[in-house]
Design a protein around this ligand. Structure first.
Ligand code: SF4
Length: 435
């Protein structure tokens, strides 16, 4: 998705938007009552359906694949507290996580010792460790100012990217946001986006999404223990590779893990899902099933024809339908949405575009907060001759929006991280997708 857009300030702004409105009760994501009656289940399937290797029965699945772990537990007569023990042990494993250091035997010995120490039924340990494993490792890390990009290797050898964004609070305490990928590549082919040039290579399972967070969390813990301080992950954003609404079931299931008290224990409002508006119907499904999750819509133009130039897939999601879906989301969640607008010189920064954007936002009656994001050069955008507007033009666009009564900020900070290709629209693997 807009790939890594936003960094700390965006998240803080999101929280500001939410806190100015009524927050609904309940912060964790419950399992879906029925996989067969969900709104999302009735949606059309994607043209491309690629099954993750870890979902094949003969290959060990992720410890973070909650439905599979729960099914295994049920088949073996285990109780809820046994599953909680598994999750706690898996979360606190201190094994190695770099691809070139992976040692499954050492992992299993470590996990077995921990499980035995916690009175987990011994006879089930071999079965657990043969059916489940850590499926992802860190291939390499590219550090940049204010964060780092992690190239994550999946069990099938494919690579995806996650980004760690560091926030330093006024009191000096560090907090982190993790930006996760939901797909390998992306089918949407947005003209400004490096990930879009890859096409859709594969879908991630919920376990693979959660393992990205786990790996970065382990990294944070290790970095901090080295320096004798404490650090923690406070936000998760679905802004990495892929359109999360195109893999809704896996994303929804991962939300359950993110908010599970024995796993990451975050509140749903600490999670942001960013979409190019792939489907109005799926925005409604998210509003129904996980209303506390923050929604960020990458609109980039409120003029449908111009929007389709930037986001070709927008042809199947008319802007009025997306606007109605945002209204529905606001109604169900009791909070506003973030709207992301990538400003490209001479493409979507005209006065006509400002007027259309203002009209779109004002129709939503104050529930929209706009982030104006100066375009970050990418090879994909270079092919279209895209350029960053001048600071003066950006300021004029911003002022006009504000004069119209729209809440908006310019995210100058999104240019941070360019050196690691972790800024907006820049997440695409320049290296081979397979080892
Ligand atoms: S191609 Fe579009 S939807 Fe896909 S990751 Fe890039 S910006 Fe997001």
């Amino acid at each position: 998705m807009k790939a890594i857009i936003i960094y700390a300030l965006l998240l803080l702004a999101l929280i500001d938007v939410g806190s100015s409105l009524t927050l609904t009760s309940g912060q964790r994501i419950a399992p879906r009552k029925s996989q067969t009656t969900s709104v999302a289940e009735n949606l059309p399937k994607e043209d491309v359906e690629i099954t993750s290797l870890s979902s094949q029965s003969c290959i060990p699945q992720s410890f973070f694949d909650l439905p599979s772990v729960e099914k295994w537990g049920e088949e073996n007569g285990l109780k809820q507290h046994h599953l909680k023990t598994i999750y706690r042990v898996v979360m606190n494993s201190s094994s190695t996580f770099m691809s070139n250091e992976k040692d499954s035997t050492a992992n299993n010995i470590f996990l077995e010792d921990k499980l035995r120490a916690l009175d987990f039924p011994k006879k089930h340990i071999p079965s657990l460790l043969s059916k489940f494993t850590y499926t992802c490792t860190i291939h390499h890390i590219e550090k940049s100012q204010g964060g780092a990009k992690f190239v994550i290797q999946l069990q099938n050898g494919k690579l995806v990217e996650s980004v760690l964004i560091e926030h330093t609070r006024p009191n000096g305490v560090k907090r982190y946001t993790v930006c996760v990928s939901s797909q390998i590549g992306c089918a949407k082919k947005c003209s400004f986006c490096a990930t879009g040039t890859m096409g859709l290579v594969g879908q991630l399972s919920s376990g693979e999404i959660l393992e990205q967070i786990h790996l970065l969390n382990q990294y944070v813990q290790k970095e901090y223990s080295t320096h004798g301080k404490e650090g923690s992950i406070r936000n998760v954003v679905f802004m990495g590779m892929g359109e999360p609404l195109d893999t809704y079931d896996a994303v929804h299931e991962s939300l359950r893990g993110i908010t599970h008290q024995c796993l990451f224990g975050l509140k749903a409002k600490q999670v942001t899902l960013s979409t190019v508006g792939a489907s109005a119907q799926k925005i409604r499904a998210l509003a129904d099933e996980a209303p506390q999750v923050c929604l960020a819509l990458s609109l980039h133009s409120a003029i449908q024809s111009s929007r389709e130039e930037l986001i070709p897939s927008a042809i199947s999601s008319p802007i009025d339908d997306i606007g109605d879906a945002l209204d529905y989301h606001a109604l169900k969640s009791g909070r506003g949405s973030m709207l992301e607008y990538l400003l490209i010189d001479g493409v979507n920064d005209s006065d006509e575009e400002v007027d259309a954007l203002a009209e779109f936002c004002l129709k939503r009656k104050g529930s929209i907060y706009v982030n104006l994001i100066p375009y970050n050069p990418t090879l994909a955008g270079d092919d279209f001759g895209y350029r960053t507007p001048s600071d003066e033009r950006i300021s004029v666009f911003h002022e006009k929006l504000k004069e119209a009564g729209v809440k908006a900020l310019v995210r100058w900070s999104t240019t941070n991280g360019r050196d690691a290709n972790g800024a907006c629209g820049q997440l695409a693997l320049s290296s081979s997708l397979e080892e």
